[in-house]
Design a protein around this ligand. Sequence first.
Ligand SMILES: Nc1ncnc2c1ncn2[C@@H]1O[C@H](COP(=O)(O)OP(=O)(O)OP(=O)(O)O)[C@@H](O)[C@H]1O
Ligand SMILES: [Mg+2]
Length: 231
Amino acid sequence: MTSLQDLSLEQLRAHAVKTFRHGGGSRPDVLLIRVNGEEAVLKDFTRADPWFRRLVGPLSVRREARALRQLDGARGVPRLLRVIGRDALLMEYMPGTSTREVPPGGLTPQFFERFYRLVDRLHEFGVAHCDLRSQGNILVGADGEPHAVDFVAHFRRPRRWNLPGRWMYGKFCEADRVAVARLKRSHAPDLLTESERQALARDRKTPLERAARLVGKSVRNVSRWLLTRRS
Ligand SMILES: Nc1ncnc2c1ncn2[C@@H]1O[C@H](COP(=O)(O)OP(=O)(O)OP(=O)(O)O)[C@@H](O)[C@H]1O
Ligand SMILES: [Mg+2]
């Protein structure tokens, strides 16, 4: 019987049953694939604009695959199933609702405890997520368990002797934890603890964070402007 492992990229695409996001510009298609009852998520840059497909696509696929390999076995993280050529990867489907779609008040205190545990688990495996501020990257499973997806922006724990790298890694881990507090602030502000309030206030004020955000935004905007087809 045909399985997910045997199919080509085009054949997998033909088995898409849901589109989480449409590719184009700088973005990949993110599709739910179902083959003989097996399900998986395909992240595929073949429909991105040509320069992104050539440069950003392979880089993103390699980066995300590397993070998922390092996190193999971590609860709440999709398992990497296959890298397909330069443009796409196939990963475990984590059924759930993105926190972006959960209405205010829809997340429980237990959810936030579990989310902190998930963030700590990522860091124990040596991976800072770095994009947990985006609510689309956090899913709530039917059992209330949080799942993290989209590891393109991750930062891996450098070797012990790499002191500047270790310092940056520490900052990114801290930012992951502040992302939990940010989600709490947007969905259940009454649950915020005093130390979370302080972390959020610090987060707003850190010049490093502000500069990093500005640089990140500018790089993205300039590269989008340079690399995407304009009609
Ligand atoms: N493994 C997965 N299991 C279930 N759903 C997933 C999985 N991976 C991605 N998704 C869904 O697809 C959406 C987009 O995926 P992802 O965040 O990886 O792509 P993206 O290009 O970064 O999109 P965005 O800019 O919206 O964050 C997620 O918000 C989530 O709803
Ligand atoms: Mg995302």
